[in-house]
Design a protein around this ligand. Structure first.
Ligand code: SF4
Ligand code: SF4
Length: 365
């Protein structure tokens, strides 16, 4: 029993992976951070300011200073998406020289980036994006290049009132990270999934977890589980969405929606985009630019000639829900929503996923 807990052999999609467990004294963490900072750029949650109710506002930002990393943060306003799916990025630039022309493609990859302190929902968001953008039929090379340049240190969290990650199967991360830390009080319980993480940990003092550490870990897990308030009932949800496609509730939510696109902007799994080509006035150069977009925006489904396939707000809002909770589930057996609650927290119209789904299920809007 003891041996199995220490080294747990696990089946993965691409082979078998050993998960190694260690305990790390909290006093060692700044040193580990320093070792990592010497090897790459660190992106960590930092407190950027205070909101109107004097609550801290967190963002992911590059920092080389451990003291700046707010590891017991709640949720960042924006996900870490801009580092692997930038809001705007040039896909290619073109230059005409004489009778010839040149095309330059840059995947915009920087030094290796270490993401220090991603919560399980954000790690699962990456895992779900990978299904389309990394392992899908048409991988997106710009995403793939950045994704492969990432080293991820996950950290456990306590659910906020708006978190429903548990309903979306995203409250724990089983893969998609290099190292994962769970707070045990004076120590962290460390899960190690890559050689690089193992080598980093050789630079600090760690120890083999004992029965006592396992017990502390399980207590931490149950403390987290007890704190969930928000919930989405996903039982038969794809079927219910099929049945309720014409439901009046979509119109009611659509009437409230401002079509501002904020929900997609703050969402760690929204990846829809538009591509624009611009040519310089002297016709000597051009660039092709990709910009993240939101399916809630008025012109999202507008095509050449001016026809708009989804001119009504409620149809666009419905489309977003059907993509995340119907189509993606059918294709990949899990929703394209990790229950981080960011969209509901940021929506000026107060539209939240748990309330929308509950109303579709006939549980009242
Ligand atoms: S953030 Fe709210 S109001 Fe804005 S598009 Fe999304 S659902 Fe509509
Ligand atoms: S849809 Fe909302 S709750 Fe779900 S992952 Fe996106 S931002 Fe988070």
């Amino acid at each position: 029993m003891k041996k199995r807990a220490r080294r747990h052999r696990r089946e993965e999609g691409h082979g078998r992976t050993d998960m190694i467990f260690r305990t790390l004294g909290k006093a060692e963490l700044p040193k580990l951070f320093g070792v990592m900072a010497a090897g790459g750029k660190i992106v960590a949650p930092v407190e950027a300011g205070r909101d109107r109710e004097n609550r801290p506002v967190y963002v992911f930002r590059e920092t080389a200073r451990f003291e700046e990393a707010a590891l017991s943060y709640t949720t960042t306003k924006l996900p870490a998406k801009r580092y692997f799916l930038p809001y705007r990025e040039d896909l290619a630039t073109f230059r005409i020289e004489g009778d010839d022309w040149q095309k330059l493609v840059d995947y915009n990859v920087d030094r290796p980036r270490i993401f220090f302190g991603l919560h399980p929902c954000d790690i699962n968001a990456l895992n779900r994006l990978d299904k389309v953008l990394l392992n899908g039929v048409y991988p997106m090379p710009y995403y793939v290049a950045k994704r492969k340049n990432m080293f991820i240190v996950g950290i456990d969290c306590l659910p906020q009132p708006y978190c429903f990650c548990r309903s979306m199967g995203a409250d724990t991360a089983l893969h998609g990270f290099d190292m994962f830390l769970t707070d045990l009080g004076d120590d962290y319980f460390v899960e190690i999934l890559s050689d690089t993480a193992y080598n980093f940990l050789r630079c600090v003092r760690t120890s083999e977890p004992g029965e006592d550490d396992h017990a502390r870990y399980m207590k931490a897990v149950s403390r987290k589980n007890d704190k969930f308030i928000a919930h989405v009932d996903t039982t038969d949800l794809t079927k219910i969405l099929d049945m309720e496609f014409q439901s009046e509730v979509w119109k009611q939510w659509g009437d409230r929606c401002l079509a501002c696109g904020t929900c997609a902007n703050v969402c760690p799994t929204c990846y829809c985009y538009g591509v624009e080509e611009t040519v310089s006035v002297d016709l000597g150069s051009a660039r092709k630019t990709k910009t993240l977009y939101s399916c809630n925006l008025l012109d999202f489904a507008e095509v050449a000639g001016g026809h708009n396939f989804r001119p009504e707000r409620h149809v666009r809002l419905k489309y977003r829900y059907y993509h995340k909770h119907r189509g993606f589930v059918e294709a990949y057996e899990e929703p394209l929503c990790v229950g981080c609650g960011r969209c509901g927290e940021s929506c000026l119209a107060g539209i939240t996923v748990p309330e929308v789904i509950a109303s579709v299920r006939g549980e009242g809007a």
